[in-house]
Design a protein around this ligand. Structure first.
Ligand SMILES: *Cc1c(COP(=O)(O)O)cnc(C)c1O
Length: 427
C-alpha cells in the first residue's frame, strides 16, 4: 500500500487541517451503516411505532430517552440525520425537530423555566424575537434584547439569567458577534451561550461550539435542506457546558438531573422537551431530504459565498444602490469578526437599498420574491413589509431593516445571469 503523503488536491486549502475526517467527508459518510443490502443514502423509515420481540426489549428501549419505541420520540431516519449534524458541528448530541422555531423554543426551554431570564442580541430572526417578546413571557420567562457586544450583554445580565443568545450572522443586519467574548461573559455568570447558526450552514462556515458556545441551533429549512422543499430544525449541544449553577439541573439532591444524567443531562432535557413531551418531531421524509441536502451544502455554500461577495461589490458600484451590507465586504464594520469566525466565506445573504423597492422587485425576471433563505435559487424579499413587518419600527431599524432594504439570499445560478437580472431591474 502506498503510504507516502498525498499532495494536496486543488481547493483542499479550504479544509481545516485539524478536521479529521474533514467536513466534506463527514457530510456524505456519517449516518449510513455499511453492509450487505444496506442503502447507500439514509433510508426512510415510515413508521409510527417499532416492534419489540420481548418485554425486556420494550422496557429497555423505553428507559433510553430516544430509544426506538414510538416515532414521536425517535425514528431511525431522524437518528441518522442527528448523527450527521452532531458530527458536522463537532458536538455531543443533536435533537432534530419540525422547524427552526421548534429548535429555538427547545433550546430555551432546556435551560430556562418560569422566573428565568435571557439576554439576546436584538439582531435576530423575526420569529426568534417573537418567541422572546411574546411567547416566552406567557410561561414566565423574560428576555432583554440588546446590541450583541460583550459590554451590552454583560450590562443586561440579571441574577436569574440562564442563557445568552446570538445569531452567527444577524438577520438581516449581517452583524457577526464575537463568540469567544460572549461565551466568556455568559460562563462567568453561570449562564450558557446559545447560537443560532443557521446562516453558517450546519457547521460549514462556522462551528460555534469550537468558540465556546454551549448550544447551537439551526433552521434546517434553509441551507441544510437547501432546495426550498422541506422544513426542519435542530439543537446540538457541545461537550463542555457547566450546568452547576442552574437549579433545573442541580435541585433534587441525589435525584437531580445532573446526578442522574451526568454529562448527557442537557441533551436529555432537549429531546425530552422538544420531541417526547411537546411533539415537535421531525417527519422521517423530511429528515431524509435534509440529510441529502447536507451532502451538497459544502458545494452550494462555496459558490453562494463567492457569488454573494461578487454581487455585493458590483452593487456597491451601481449609482441606483444606496447602501450594501455584507459582512464579507472589506469595508463592512463586521469584516474583522467575519474573517475570524467565518474564514470560508461570510454567508450567502446580503442586503442593499433601492429608492423604490416595489418597482425594483416587480421588474425582476429571474430572481424570485420568496420569504425564505438558503434555497439553491436566488430569493429576494422586502423585510420592512414582510419578514420583519410585525416588529415595531424602532426594532426593525435596530435589526438593520429600512423601508428601502432588499434582502437577497444568493443561490447557485450563474453569476452573470444574476447580475444581468439585477442590472435590468435597477435600470
Ligand atoms: C428561518 C430561520 C429561523 C426559523 O426557522 P423555521 O424553520 O422557519 O422555523 C430561525 N433562525 C433563523 C436565523 C432563520 O433564518
Amino acid at each position: 500500500m502506498d503510504t507516502a503523503p498525498q499532495p494536496p488536491l486543488p481547493g483542499a486549502t479550504q479544509d481545516c487541517p485539524a478536521d479529521s475526517p474533514a467536513y466534506q467527508t463527514l457530510a456524505v459518510q456519517t449516518g449510513i451503516p455499511r453492509g450487505l443490502g444496506q442503502t447507500v443514502g439514509v433510508p426512510i423509515h415510515a413508521a409510527a411505532g417499532f416492534q419489540f420481540e420481548t418485554l425486556e426489549q420494550a422496557q429497555s428501549e423505553f428507559q433510553v430517552n430516544g430509544g426506538l419505541s414510538y416515532a414521536r420520540i425517535q425514528n431511525p431516519t431522524v437518528r441518522a440525520l442527528e448523527e450527521r449534524l452532531t458530527a458536522l458541528e463537532g458536538g455531543a448530541a443533536t435533537v432534530a425537530l419540525a422547524s427552526g422555531q421548534a429548535a429555538t423554543l427547545t433550546a430555551v426551554m432546556s435551560v430556562c423555566r418560569a422566573g428565568d431570564h435571557i439576554v439576546s442580541s436584538s439582531s435576530v430572526f423575526g420569529g426568534t424575537a417573537g418567541l422572546l417578546n411574546n411567547i416566552l413571557p406567557l410561561m414566565g420567562i423574560t428576555a432583554t434584547l440588546v446590541d450583541n457586544t460583550p459590554d451590552a450583554v454583560r450590562a443586561a445580565l440579571q441574577p436569574n439569567t440562564r442563557l445568552v443568545w446570538a445569531e452567527i450572522i444577524g438577520n438581516p443586519a449581517g452583524d457577526v458577534p464575537d463568540l469567544e467574548a460572549l461565551a466568556e461573559v455568559a460562563h462567568a455568570h453561570g449562564a450558557l451561550l446559545g447560537v443560532d447558526a443557521t446562516w453558517a450552514g450546519a457547521g460549514y462556515l462556522c462551528r460555534p461550539l469550537e468558540f465556546g458556545a454551549d448550544i447551537v441551533t439551526h433552521s434546517l429549512t434553509k441551507w441544510a435542506g437547501g432546495h426550498g422543499s422541506v422544513m426542519g430544525g435542530s439543537v446540538t449541544v457541545g461537550t463542555r457546558h457547566d450546568l452547576s449553577r442552574n437549579p433545573i439541573f442541580t435541585e433534587g439532591g441525589a435525584q437531580s438531573l445532573l446526578n442522574v444524567r451526568g454529562d448527557g443531562a442537557l441533551a436529555w432535557r432537549q429531546r425530552w422537551f422538544g420531541a417526547n413531551q411537546c411533539g415537535m418531531t421531525l417527519a422521517p421524509h423530511s429528515a431524509f431530504l435534509i440529510a441529502q441536502g447536507l451532502e451538497t451544502l459544502q458545494l452550494r455554500l462555496d459558490r453562494e459565498c463567492a457569488s454573494a461577495l461578487a454581487l455585493a461589490q458590483w452593487l456597491q458600484a451601481q449609482p441606483q444602490v444606496a447602501r450594501v451590507s455584507y459582512p464579507g465586504l472589506p469595508g463592512s464594520a463586521h469584516h474583522a469578526l467575519a474573517a475570524r469566525y467565518l474564514p470560508r466565506g461570510a454567508g450567502a445573504v446580503l442586503t442593499f437599498e433601492v429608492a423604490d423597492p416595489a418597482a425594483f422587485l416587480s421588474r425582476l425576471k429571474l430572481l424570485r420574491i420568496v420569504p425564505n433563505l438558503g434555497d439553491s435559487r436566488t430569493l429576494v424579499v422586502h423585510p420592512w413589509t414582510t419578514t420583519h413587518g410585525r416588529l415595531p419600527e424602532a426594532a426593525r431599524r435596530a435589526a438593520g431593516v429600512t423601508p428601502e432594504t432588499i434582502r437577497m439570499s444568493v443561490g447557485i445560478e450563474a453569476l452573470a445571469d444574476l447580475q444581468a437580472d439585477l442590472s435590468q431591474a435597477l435600470a
